[in-house]
Design a protein around this ligand. Sequence first.
Ligand SMILES: [Fe+2]
Ligand SMILES: [Fe+2]
Length: 221
Amino acid sequence: MSDSPSLDNPADHELLNDLPHPHAAPGHMYFHRMDDMTPDDFAVLQEVHETNLANLPNLLLGLLDSLGGDEAYPVDRKTHSLQAATRALRDGRDEEYVVVTLLHDVGEALGPINHGEVIAGILHPFISEGNYWMLKHHPVFQTHFYAANVGLDPDVRDEFRNSPYFDQTAEFCARYDEVSFDPDYDSEPIETFVPMVQRVLATSWQPPGKSAAAIGTEDSD
Ligand SMILES: [Fe+2]
Ligand SMILES: [Fe+2]
């Protein structure tokens, strides 16, 4: 039995925070302000972000799974997403495109007004600019297919005519998104796509902006 202060004991926290480095416990950061961060703290911070990155596929697939609870749509949005991704897969689209198609609506709960921006922002570090732009703008492009039926302008997407990604996004909506509410379509199961999601999202964490290493070598030539 030890008399050492413990992170498990709230009464010891102040004492532990006052300890000089090296840290008393592994896997914990000790700064009270970020300008007190040490290299040891930063190593732990990096581990935390690496863990978050490793968990991201399951987090997004969990959001996708939660779309299966819909009752108002003709088919629930999980079925819609699997159907759209299956159509893309059977069209021979590359793996990143299939994954983007699978996940294109998972931001709807978090962004009821801007779900395209939500998922585009989450996937931006992992995908091409074209797929990013397509995800971000697909909700506006979708309106083209139903707006006239409900008294709205079907051509609001035309404000983006000058984008190099206009045609790609229009095609995505026409071939995969707007048609994928068919209850009789035979989609692939989610298991088909899980390894694809894991591969597309596999990367290592980098701090935002220029890395400390890059700053250190900037003036060395
Ligand atoms: Fe959408
Ligand atoms: Fe959709």
